[in-house]
Design a protein around this ligand. Structure first.
Ligand SMILES: C[S@@+](CC[C@H](N)C(=O)[O-])C[C@H]1O[C@@H](n2cnc3c(N)ncnc32)[C@H](O)[C@@H]1O
Length: 177
């Protein structure tokens, strides 16, 4: 399935919305630290409603750790400054759709990272700054899934609170809800 990755997200409601998107589409949600909130944040839990247990969420200590896990996968960075349009890509299962933090977007060093497959934008009317992070992510994931006829994947491996983070032992603070 596809992987939705949020680089250093700051607003808990957006990540809560993405947890719901992960639960409804079967994509995995990868969160890259540092996060601007605690995973037990009430606003995150509310935005994710009762979908937390249906979503696969993994937290990485940094981008390098995420790239290690993604080894060999295509990684597309979503940014308003890209030339290529997101719907012109033929997505493949395993592709990573990487999004930047609110409100600054992906930092220049990440956008210049040679491990990226490409940079993509979602069209907007002229003079508009950006879409909301969770809306942009949902648009991208649904396009990737649509291209695969909304195929129902095998039951995802769900991250329980006991296995929340790649690279370090779990703690209660990691509970995705
Ligand atoms: C609130 S936006 C950040 C806005 C930031 N000023 C920028 O230009 O990237 C958070 C993230 O949503 C994604 N995003 C929002 N609108 C987008 C668009 N039109 N095309 C591609 N990505 C978009 C990007 O990944 C961005 O880093």
């Amino acid at each position: 399935m596809f992987r939705l990755a949020f680089h250093t997200p700051q607003i808990p409601q957006n990540t809560g919305n993405a947890i719901r998107t992960a639960a409804t589409t079967g994509c995995e949600l990868h969160l890259i630290r540092p996060l601007g909130f605690d995973l037990s944040d009430t606003k995150l839990r509310r935005a994710g409603l009762d979908y937390h247990d249906l979503a696969s969420v993994t937290v990485f200590p940094d981008l390098d750790a995420a790239f290690e896990t993604w080894c060999g996968a295509r990684v597309f960075a979503f940014t308003t400054g890209a030339r290529k349009i997101y719907s012109d890509i033929r997505y493949r299962p395993g592709d990573v759709l990487l999004f930047g933090p609110e409100p600054t977007g992906l930092p220049p060093d990440v956008l210049a990272d040679r491990r990226l497959t490409g940079r993509l934008r979602i069209p907007m009317l002229p003079g508009r700054r950006s879409l909301n992070l969770s809306n942009a992510a949902a648009i991208a994931v649904y396009e990737a899934w649509r291209q695969h006829d909304f195929a129902v994947p095998p039951e995802p491996v769900r991250r329980s609170p006991a296995q929340p983070e790649a690279g370090r032992p779990p703690s209660e603070a990691d509970e995705p809800g």
